[in-house]
Design a protein around this ligand. Structure first.
Ligand code: HEM
Length: 413
């Protein structure tokens, strides 16, 4: 462990060691510099549970971070029109809006994305999981990439199915979603990511626009139709809002849940006593998913922009400055979770912030929990003797999310 890794003064969450294991650095920040100014990222990093919780509930920590960027960088004559249009779609996402615009969108979308629509997906999730595991067996190699062969196609299929995207278009749909990742999550060392992301966004928007028009004429039992008809006595979603929200759900519903299935399986495979316990007590699966979210969840940080000046622990956060609130750090805060670095599927559940909290609390949390609670035990049951291969695991080098690029494993066919 180098000094750069744990010395808050040199904190770099995108350094190689911190990408592989961010927890020592997050612990050092939480303990010694809980409201940390990073000159490198020109941003604040907030790591204590009580501060992250309070900030997520505080409207002065604004979610409206796309429009200011667009105005500053993309309204000029030199800006690429495709990138400007792509950011225009992101601007329509509820997750990037403050009140009252956020509440209006969330209210209408919640009429379509209901708990019943999620429980209705149970059989589909089971079916897709088993199809993918059949394919892993059919390959006959006794090896599997639990991300690429399993978690990723599973979550992509489920959300595409829920939205009402025809099966034949799935591969294309998945490629566009991958391209857009660079726009939303950012990353290092890939200057082409805006151009690639914008192209994916343009094509996906055109595709969904046709699909929405088709659903307007021929409603079906799916989320796009439900969003088209979602209205209350005051309001309804516009055509463009249905498209933008469709892209948000596709995107939010897919990458993060992939990461949760991956890190949940990883935590179990590296804690054999917890794996054994889950085998003996399958009823603990809900606790295992919750603990995976806490112990190594997908939301490393959640971004905000200061809407006003705020003083926090003696530091002055000024209007317009960027802030990363870290659920990953908060979820290992010893002030809230005894023995926080221990993975314990019987742990008292309350308090983890892996889905955020407050007005932007993850709308898809019930779907993510359902998918993980089916996918994790299905893989363990169908891939006997599942174990790591010993190859080093490679993690996505991004600030916002925590997830493996590949998860190679072996099993006894
Ligand atoms: C394990 C998987 C998931 C994790 C860890 C996760 C995490 C989060 C977090 C931390 C937020 C809050 C963002 C903020 O405060 O700025 C959020 C919001 C959101 N998530 Fe998820 N999410 C997951 C799965 C899903 C799924 C499956 C869907 C939908 C299909 C979804 C849809 C959304 C939406 C629409 C929002 C915005 C809510 C709002 O702004 O009111 N998420 N998610």
């Amino acid at each position: 462990m180098t000094i750069e890794h744990t010395d808050p003064a040199h904190a770099d969450l995108l350094g190689a060691e911190a990408v592989a294991d961010p927890y020592p650095l997050l612990a050092a920040l939480r303990e010694h510099d809980p409201v940390h100014w990073s000159a490198r990222y020109r941003s604040w990093f907030v790591t204590r549970h009580d501060d992250v919780l309070a900030a997520l509930r505080d409207e002065r920590f604004s979610s409206d971070r796309i429009a200011p960027y667009r105005r500053a960088k993309l309204d000029g004559p030199d800006a690429d029109p495709a990138v400007r249009a792509a950011f225009g779609v992101l601007e329509g996402w509820m997750v990037f809006k403050d009140e009252p615009d956020h509440k209006r969108l969330r209210r209408l979308v919640s009429r379509a994305f209901t708990p019943r629509s999620v429980t209705g997906m149970t059989a589909t999730v089971e079916e897709v999981a088993h199809e993918l595991l059949d394919a892993v067996h059919a390959a006959g190699t006794g090896t599997v990439d639990l991300i690429g062969d399993y978690a990723y196609p599973l979550t992509a299929s489920v959300i595409a199915d829920m939205l009402g995207v025809p099966r034949a278009d799935r591969e294309q749909f998945k490629d566009w979603s991958d391209q857009i990742t660079g726009l939303v999550f950012g990353g290092m060392g890939d200057p082409s990511r805006y151009a690639v992301g914008a192209r994916g966004m343009t094509e996906l928007t055109a595709y969904l626009s046709d699909l929405v028009r088709d659903h307007e004429r021929h409603p079906a039992d799916d989320l796009i139709s439900a969003m088209i008809s979602a209205r209350d006595d005051r309001d309804a979603l516009t055509h463009d809002e249905v498209i933008a929200t469709g892209i948000l759900l596709l995107f939010a519903g897919h990458e993060t849940t992939t990461n949760l299935i991956g890190s949940g399986l990883l935590a179990l495979l590296t804690h054999p006593e917890q794996l054994r316990l889950l085998g003996e007590r399958p009823d603990l699966v809900g606790g295992a998913v919750e603990e995976a979210l806490r112990y190594d969840g997908p939301a490393k940080t959640v971004a905000r922009v200061m809407g006003e000046d705020v003083e926090l622990r003696g530091r002055h956060l000024r209007r317009g400055e960027r802030v990363f609130l870290s659920p990953s750090a908060a979820n290992r805060d010893p002030a809230v979770f005894p023995d926080p670095d221990t993975f314990d599927i019987t742990r008292e559940k309350a308090g983890q912030l892996g889905f955020g909290i407050g007005m932007h609390f993850c709308l898809g949390a019930p779907l993510a929990r359902l998918e993980a609670a089916i996918a994790i035990p299905a893989a363990l049951a169908r891939l006997p003797g599942l174990r790591l291969t010993g190859e080093p695991l490679r993690w996505h080098p991004v600030l916002l999310s925590r997830g493996m690029q590949r998860f190679p494993a072996q099993f006894t066919p």
